[in-house]
Design a protein around this ligand. Structure first.
Ligand code: NAD
Ligand code: UD1
Length: 339
């Protein structure tokens, strides 16, 4: 298949590009490097031995993305490009609505003009908001979120559902990721957040490598087994396998737009993640317990039944493998791609 990957230089995108290139697909990347660098793709080329055409372009440049797709014969697009920091989205909502919605609209209009009708979209478990019962199932409605970032995901899903309803030639997978963590086992590519990480596992890795002094556990008085929040952490390579399974499914099934959860189906607490990381890395992770973080839910995890039954996909990698791979990446690249 010939596949365009938007945001392919980013964390999940670079791992996906590697897997697609290794599987023999013809892959190209478009990225504006707002949260990444071309170094990730250079490393993907080194690992795969395949040259990856890399187009530096902002998706909101509609003539640019239209020209890129026009006559190029892409069978599918995997759309990772977007801004993703929850706190920043609260402070700068227009940047998030502008980038994530306008970028997607320009992309799908360009796809329509080019006759490319197969799309895999990066959605998020955040679209279940704070009212869905756990475990989250795809049937839950209405989609909403507690923050502007999450609302761009819920709104984009709605736009894509409406598009597929209006024109049944579209085949669109809405993949709702739970908490992607870990890295490629080579240690060559991984997550490289700008500034101080917001998310738990990059924060832990930066404490372990000595870039940060100690972790703050956001609350240990939740109604959970050990008092800390539980999340559904999923290895980035399992997530990648989910994208490949979705592409294969779309090629065979005219489904319109359909959502699938990509999670393991189990919750792991903050303290369990710290212990798993210490064991996998053999390095202590100093932490203090602080107050709860506003907006955090005690527990969430996926019901992953639909992906298993329809896509034939299940996550297979456990929390220790996620931590071991994360640590290999972080310890070999203490400053990320800049180091
Ligand atoms: P990332 O920031 O590493 O990758 C996103 C990439 O998109 C970056 O390379 C960035 O430079 C690029 N980009 C952003 N806006 C662009 C634009 N207008 N034009 C061109 N390129 C643009 O993030 P990630 O963790 O790899 O996430 C990929 C996708 O998955 C995002 O849409 C994100 O919202 C979604 N997602 C991520 C998580 C997570 O925890 N990482 C969870 C759920 C959903
Ligand atoms: C967060 C976002 C979610 C987004 C996801 C992307 C919030 C409220 N939610 O999810 O919308 O889709 O990232 O990956 O921001 N924790 C600590 N100390 C830290 C960091 C985190 O104790 O320094 C805890 C949190 O309280 C949480 C768990 O670790 O219980 C995971 O946190 P995080 O990695 O930020 O993910 P989510 O909050 O699940």
């Amino acid at each position: 298949m010939k596949i365009l990957v938007t945001g392919g230089a980013g964390y999940i995108g670079s791992h996906t590009v590697l897997a697609l290139a290794e599987a023999g697909h013809d892959v190209e990347v478009v990225d504006n490097f707002v949260n990444s660098s071309a170094e990730s793709i250079r490393r993907v080329e080194k690992l795969s031995g395949v040259k990856i055409p890399l187009h530096e372009l902002d998706l909101r440049d509609e003539p640019g993305i239209t020209a890129l797709l026009d006559g190029a014969g892409f069978d599918s697009v995997i759309h990772f490009a977007g801004l993703k920091a929850v706190g920043e989205s609260v402070r700068q909502p227009l940047d998030y609505y502008g980038n994530n919605l306008e970028g997607t609209l320009a992309l799908v209009r360009a796809m329509q003009a080019a006759g490319t009708r197969q799309l895999v979209f990066s959605s998020s478990a955040t679209v279940y908001g704070d009212r869905a019962p756990v475990p989250y199932t795809e049937e839950f409605e209405p989609l909403d979120s507690t923050n502007p970032y999450g609302r761009t995901k819920a709104m984009t899903e709605q736009i894509l559902v409406d598009l597929a309803a209006a024109d049944p030639s579209w085949r669109i997978a809405l993949l709702r990721y739970f908490n992607p963590v870990g890295a490629h086992p080579s240690g060559e590519i991984g997550e490289d957040p700008n500034g101080i990480p917001n998310n738990l596992t990059p924060f832990i890795a930066q404490v372990a490598v000595g870039r940060l002094e100690s972790l703050t556990v956001f609350g240990d008085d939740y109604d959970t087994a050990d008092g800390t929040c539980e999340r559904d952490y999923i290895h980035v390579l399992d997530l990648v396998d989910g994208h490949v399974a979705a592409l294969e499914y779309l090629a065979e099934h005219p489904v319109g737009a359909r959502a699938w959860n990509l999670g393991t189906g189990t919750g792991t607490s903050v303290l369990q993640v710290i212990r798993a990381f210490e064991k996998a890395a053999g390095v202590p992770v100093p932490y203090v317990v602080g107050p709860r973080r506003a907006g955090d839910l005690p527990v969430n995890y996926a019901d992953a039944t639909r992906a298993r039954e329809e896509l034939g996909w299940v996550a297979t990698r456990g929390i220790e493998e996620m931590c071991a791979d994360l640590w290999r990446w972080q310890s070999q690249n203490p400053q990320g791609f800049k180091g």
